[in-house]
Design a protein around this ligand. Structure first.
Ligand SMILES: Cc1cc2nc3c(=O)[nH]c(=O)nc-3n(C[C@H](O)[C@H](O)[C@H](O)COP(=O)(O)O)c2cc1C
Length: 192
């Protein structure tokens, strides 16, 4: 049995608007505090070649129009055989899950969890030890004109639900404590 200090973890993520990168950094920070050795790879910038040295692998993507970020989905697909032998955790960044949660729309919230985590894992015959559904960002500055107009109505709903702009045009629905708690629980499962 390996000691805590020796456990190596890999985080592979891909992001469009930045939330999954920030969440991955928070997961890495929490894992390091728990004495894990952590490597973080941005799959849009670096191609993952070999994961043999890692015992724990965490894969994260962001949702857009009901789809995972392409590169993290491809990683799950390309490494499905290797990942089946690892302790695996997957997470998605979803601004809508935060809204549904605040609005008390439990069914909509559960649907995101089922479709984008449970079904996403079974599609590649994977059995993660943890599934994370975290918030995301609405960043009007990074959206094209058409999306921006459509999302103005949604922005109102976010504000009504208590999510306010942290800088002009940016709403961050992520809950850092939720991410840290999930990661700490993950370390316990990974060491079992
Ligand atoms: C054009 C667009 C489409 C989106 N579609 C969805 C969606 O289908 N489901 C969802 O939960 N969030 C959706 N979002 C919000 C994302 O969850 C949020 O932007 C998240 O931060 C994406 O992850 P990323 O920042 O790592 O790219 C959408 C955002 C944009 C700008």
């Amino acid at each position: 049995m390996l000691g805590i200090r020796e456990m190596k973890a890999l985080i592979v993520f891909a992001t469009r608007y930045g939330a999954t990168a920030l969440t991955s950094q928070e997961i890495a920070k929490t894992l390091r505090e728990e004495n894990f050795e952590v490597k973080v790879i941005d799959a849009k910038k670096e191609k993952v070649k070999d994961i043999s040295e890692f015992e724990l692998v965490i894969v994260g993507g962001g949702l857009k129009m009901g789809k995972w970020t392409k590169e993290s989905d491809e990683f799950l697909k390309n490494f499905q055989k290797e990942l089946a032998q690892k302790k695996l955790a997957i997470f998605v960044s979803s601004a809508m899950k935060s809204l549904f949660e605040r609005q008390g729309k439990t069914e909509d919230f559960q649907k995101i969890k089922k479709t984008h985590l449970e079904d996403a894992a079974s599609m590649y015959q994977l059995h993660p030890i943890a599934l994370g559904l975290f918030g995301g960002v609405w960043d009007k500055n990074k959206m094209g004109l058409i999306f921006r107009r459509t999302l103005d109505t949604l922005m109102k709903q976010f504000e009504e639900a208590g999510f306010n702009e942290t800088s002009p045009g940016l709403i961050d629905t992520r809950d850092i404590e939720e991410i840290r708690k999930w990661t700490k629980e993950l370390t316990i499962k990974a060491l079992q």
